[in-house]
Design a binder for this molecule. Structure first.
Ligand code: UD1
Length: 417
């Protein structure tokens, strides 16, 4: 088993190239299935979730070739509409295949998806959207079967701006005849990326970036080359690392436009940021100021950075309050951070964190992807050695967190135990 080892309390200095966005590339890969032809996606991160999605697409009959960060998907021999259970269970995004498979084959089968254990993760909104577009849905045990002789454009209303449900609805609507209006759509940047990808394939979409999306479906699609943006969560993670370690970083390829909510919070906590369209220069001179943060749907502070902010708050100069409103059980990392010396108490969806510096480090285990990144962040602010287990969670979303942080001065390495 792999273990990350960190000797903390060293400042960071230098440049990190920010990998392409995980949450943008996965739905784009899924949406490729709508087309019968070839798709080239650029800036694809080499992460486990991408490898898993490639494996699923290949099991369905596609040919996938990933060279460096360019992925070619040839969907001309797509023949299967059933996602293998073993792979579907490995990640949450497998549910995203229902919409495009339904569009291509009029039927699709998958299992309840896997992914991070960060609270209740129902799929009722996904299924409701597909049903309203004309699908019959049959849930038996762990299996979900959807069928639709004809997908028909309609008015959809999402009761919560779910990212995944909006993506599934968009993809099914692209294949449906006529116009679909999605009211209450999520506004996360990854939705905009998916819309731009669908547009490039030939789907007309009005209202991109807003909460009402109008999709003109049923058009013939074309081959495309498409580039996904940098990963805003990875960029935010490395800003968090800088905030606990101090120093100066340039994050090349950070999607500044998508990070307003994050940057406002980090600046309030003392991070000095200079923004350019494709990079962020950031400097941290003192320990972070205490924070009063609440996560929420975009453009609010992203839930995916909440765990990292717990680590930042753990070394702040005072008491912080961090409220989680999206995934209620996403405070599992607090327990591990406490083992590293953090002072955190959680009450009804809110974490109260009293900062102290340095942390003690120790032996901890990542329970989910972003939680793992938070433990690494805490390790950078720990006096003793930190040993972080559960690397496979981290590798689902970070290409090589040890490479990136050691390049800017952290004493961090991945060892086989
Ligand atoms: C996506 C991201 C994830 C991020 C989350 C919120 C991907 C691969 N994952 O996850 O990293 O943390 O957005 O920004 O892009 N909900 C329902 N019913 C549904 C669907 C969701 O009640 O059918 C609820 C969930 O329980 C949760 C909330 O809606 O409380 C947000 O979930 P959602 O926006 O769907 O997140 P994901 O698409 O799963």
């Amino acid at each position: 088993m792999s273990v990350i080892r960190i000797q903390g309390v060293r400042s960071l200095e230098g440049e990190i190239g920010i990998q392409g966005s995980k949450n943008a590339v996965l739905p784009v890969m899924a949406a490729s299935l709508l087309h019968n032809g070839t798709i080239v996606i650029k800036n694809v991160p080499q992460i486990q979730d991408v490898f898993c999605m490639m494996e699923i697409l290949e099991a369905l009959g596609c040919e996938c070739q990933l060279k460096q960060h360019e992925l070619l998907i040839d969907t001309r021999r797509l023949r299967e509409s059933q996602v293998p259970v073993r792979l579907g269970k490995q990640m949450r995004s497998s549910i995203m295949l229902l919409g495009p498979l339904l569009g291509r084959f009029h039927k699709a089968k998958t299992c309840y998806p896997g992914g991070c254990v960060i609270g209740r993760r129902p799929i009722d909104l996904h299924l409701l959207a597909l049903r309203q577009l004309g699908a019959d849905i049959d849930c038996e045990g762990e299996q979900i079967t959807v069928r639709a002789d004809k997908l028909q454009g309609t008015d959809l209303r999402l009761s919560f701006p779910s990212v995944g449900a909006t993506e599934n609805a968009l993809m099914a609507a692209a294949a449906a005849k006529g116009v679909t209006r999605i009211y209450g759509a999520a506004r996360e940047p990854e939705i905009e990326v998916l819309c731009r990808f669908l547009e490039a394939m030939g789907v007309r979409i009005d209202g991109i970036g807003g909460s009402l999306l109008t999709v003109h479906g049923g058009e013939r699609l074309q081959d495309v080359e498409f580039r996904v943006p940098g990963d805003r969560i990875v960029a935010g993670t490395y800003l968090g690392a800088l905030m606990v370690a101090g120093g100066e970083l340039c994050l090349l390829g950070a999607p500044t436009d998508h990070m307003a909510g994050t940057l406002t919070a980090l600046r309030q906590a003392g991070c000095l940021c200079k923004l350019y369209p494709d990079r962020i220069y950031a400097r941290m001179k003192e320990r972070p100021q205490p924070m009063d943060l609440s996560t929420g749907p975009y453009p609010e502070f992203p839930t995916d950075l909440q765990s990292v902010m717990l680590a930042v708050a753990s070394v702040a100069q005072g008491r912080s309050r961090i409220r989680e409103t999206v995934f209620e059980e996403r405070f599992a990392t607090a327990g591990e951070l406490k083992k590293m010396g953090a002072d955190i108490s959680v009450e009804e969806g809110t974490a109260y964190v009293t900062g102290g510096y340095p942390l003690a480090g120790g032996e901890v285990c990542a329970a989910d992807l972003r939680g793992g990144a938070a433990l690494v962040t805490a390790g950078l602010a720990s006096e003793g050695e930190s040993r972080i287990h559960g690397y496979f969670h981290i590798s689902r979303g970070y290409e090589d967190i040890c490479r990136d942080l050691s390049a800017v001065g952290a004493a961090i390495s991945l060892k086989e135990d």
